[in-house]
Design a protein around this ligand. Structure first.
Ligand SMILES: Cc1cc2nc3c(=O)[nH]c(=O)nc-3n(C[C@H](O)[C@H](O)[C@H](O)COP(=O)(O)O)c2cc1C
Length: 305
């Protein structure tokens, strides 16, 4: 059976979203924290500690760094919390991240990337290390070069979002780039991520690339929270389950955020994806965007009950 991973989405799939979503819906086998920055201070911020604790064996922490010593420190600190696997973000296309040579910005210079991995893997007592990567920066031909780099190191898993840095989230995923990885990397270490929005999309990936470790779903889950259940052929898609999930999410956010406005902001962000699930989603989204209070928000989604 296909293993399903919930993608890290900074600002959305934080610990509150993950625990509430995973309480209400089946089908996800592993989830990732949004990226946690490993820097030279060798310490985690309070918010980052909330993402990491309590320990959960189905959660994989993700780190963002281009400093091998900071990475090694963070890998070991997270291992000490009980985690067996830690993921490195080599996919983030945001200019604030890439301009500092982090995320997908690290993919530009393959020699520097090798030097980073050489230094990292020379350390003793690391947990398993996995990467989440784009297929290159500018040119699809980079996919083969990158796959060769990854194949040379003991990565537990390689999650590929087959777009280039320059693509951002535009255009179709580049299945030809994924094919390069499929040719060079053992299939049971590879994960496909990107634009899996329906059961048919998942079946298509399975047909093109049989035998993968799994698939990773991001925005597809925000657009259809039942997607993992549909892919696994379990559960029933009842709108009331979405309403119950959203109510719980509101309550959970209310405990951590400072006021109704902040909670509303989070819910509006989720609805900017979720609205497409409902036939009258445009109208619901319009009402939600107008709402300034919990009461107005609840009235806007009243039709789900
Ligand atoms: C709002 C947002 C935040 C994201 N944050 C992260 C992140 O923290 N770490 C990461 O590796 N990818 C991040 N991504 C990328 C997703 O994990 C995923 O690779 C991408 O959305 C493509 O998959 P999808 O089509 O299933 O959504 C983010 C994407 C979005 C839309």
């Amino acid at each position: 059976m296909t293993r399903i991973m919930l993608a890290p989405m900074e600002g959305i799939t934080n610990f509150i979203f993950r625990r509430t979503y995973l309480k209400h819906f089946e089908g996800v086998d592993e989830s990732f924290t949004p990226f946690i920055t490993a820097n030279q201070t060798h310490s985690f911020k309070k918010k980052e500690k909330l993402e990491l604790s309590p320990y959960d064996e189905t959660r994989i922490p993700q780190l963002l760094t281009n400093d091998a010593q900071a990475f090694i420190w963070a890998l070991k600190a997270i291992k000490d919390m009980g985690y067996k696997e830690v993921n490195l973000n080599l996919g983030c296309p945001s200019p604030t991240v890439t301009s500092r040579g982090r995320g997908a910005g690290m993919l530009a210079d393959k020699e520097k990337l090798r030097a980073f991995f050489d230094e990292t893997f020379s350390a003793a007592d690391l947990p398993d290390v996995s990467v989440k990567s784009r297929a290159g920066t500018e040119d699809p031909a980079e996919a083969g070069q990158l796959a060769a780099v990854y194949a040379a190191y003991p990565f537990k898993r390689i999650i590929l979002h087959p777009r280039l840095l320059k693509d951002l989230y535009k255009g179709s995923v580049r299945t030809d780039c994924f094919r390069k990885f499929y040719e060079l990397i053992p299939h049971d270490r590879l994960v496909f991520n990107g634009d899996i929005n329906t059961l048919e999309d998942a079946q298509n990936v399975e047909k093109l690339f049989p035998g993968l470790y799994g698939i990773m779903l991001g925005r597809g889950i925000l657009r259809d929270p039942f997607l993992p259940e549909k892919i696994k052929g379990i559960g029933t898609s009842d709108d009331k389950r979405i309403a119950d999930f959203l109510d719980d999410l509101w309550d959970d956010y209310e405990e951590y955020l400072s006021g109704e406005k902040d909670v509303l902001y989070k819910m509006k962000e989720i609805w900017s994806y979720l609205y497409t699930y409902f036939p009258d989603g445009d109208r619901i989204l319009k009402d939600i965007r107008k709402s300034q209070t919990k009461a107005a928000y609840r009235a806007a989604i009243g039709a789900l009950r």
